[in-house]
Design a protein around this ligand. Structure first.
Ligand code: AMP
Ligand code: ZN
Ligand code: FE
Ligand code: FE
Length: 275
């Protein structure tokens, strides 16, 4: 049987794996297929495809954060045309907003008596799109927190005092962008939503799938989201949300999705392109 992990971050966003390491980990985990779903960038896709050759199938993907009901709603885009110029232009605006936001987060942290040099955060991100996970890792490195989880809980998590939003679209706009580049929009890690009743809104907006299988979902939650997907006739996907050594406990292949789900995703993609 063939298995896939459809939610993996590389060092082009806030993961730590280079394309070479990512492919090596996929092979080690016995995966036939991986989707590179970096935050707000597609830069990791081509180098990973090249690195993988015929050893592992790499699906182009992306993870975009939108906002609804005052909370973050992450939407994955699968099988996107990752070279589309308008799409890349929109992403570069998001990347710029991410850089500005780091200065804002540092200002909020100073008020909490945590003095970080923004440059240390940019260095941690290297070439990748900079984000809160980089801030969290610097907070740990500088001894302000003992773990990444503590950094999110105490300082930069969605409900913490130094949280800062960034440029975010509505789910409807995000879904439209993904479909506009031939991709399949899928609701990421739905357990993070305040309530599952709002899923019907995303269905109305055109979401095509739900990431029912996810590292942080319990068996009960998995079954619950599979049921919701079936109710609305949505695709079912799954992924680990591996970030390499930035989240040691979430290894690649922690979620192993039977390949038949990938086949369904591909058929759905063909329908988007025909729309
Ligand atoms: P950003 O896109 O900069 O807002 O950062 C989002 C990243 O932060 C995602 O990759 C999440 O994995 C990570 N993240 C968000 N909340 C938490 C949390 N409570 N604990 C650990 N990581 C988190
Ligand atoms: Zn991330
Ligand atoms: Fe996410
Ligand atoms: Fe993710």
């Amino acid at each position: 049987m063939k298995f896939a992990d459809l939610h993996v971050h590389s060092h082009f966003s806030d993961g730590t794996f280079s394309p070479k390491q990512l492919v090596a980990e996929a092979i080690k985990a016995g995966l036939s297929c991986v989707s590179v779903t970096d935050h707000d960038t597609t830069d990791g896709i081509d180098p990973t495809i090249t690195e993988a050759g015929s050893d592992v199938e790499i699906l182009p993907g992306i993870e975009l954060a939108s906002e609804a009901f005052g909370q973050e709603v992450h939407i994955l885009g699968y099988l996107i045309d990752h070279h589309n110029e308008d799409f890349l232009k929109m992403l570069s605006q998001m990347q710029e907003a991410r850089v500005n936001r780091i200065f804002g987060i540092c200002e909020k942290l100073i008020k909490l008596k945590v003095d970080l040099d923004p440059q240390d955060i940019f260095n941690m991100a290297g070439k990748g799109t900079v984000g809160r996970l980089h801030v969290a890792r610097v907070l740990v490195e500088k001894g302000f927190c003992s773990s990444v989880s503590e950094a999110f809980y105490r300082y930069i998590g969605d409900k913490a005092p130094a949280y800062m939003g960034k440029f975010k679209m509505t789910p409807a706009e995000t879904i439209k962008w993904i479909k506009g580049v031939g991709g399949v929009p899928v609701l990421a890690h739905p357990y993070t939503l305040g309530s599952k009743v709002i899923i019907s809104d995303f269905v109305r907006d055109g979401i095509m799938g739900i990431e029912a299988y996810y590292s942080e979902h319990s068996n009960f939650q998995e079954q619950e989201f599979v049921k919701i997907a079936n109710k609305y006739g949505l695709l079912i996907t799954g992924g680990s949300d591996c970030h390499g050594t930035a989240k040691e406990e979430i290894g690649m292949g922690k979620v192993r999705l039977p390949y038949e789900y990938v086949e369904k995703l591909k058929s759905a993609r063909n329908k988007v392109t025909l729309q």
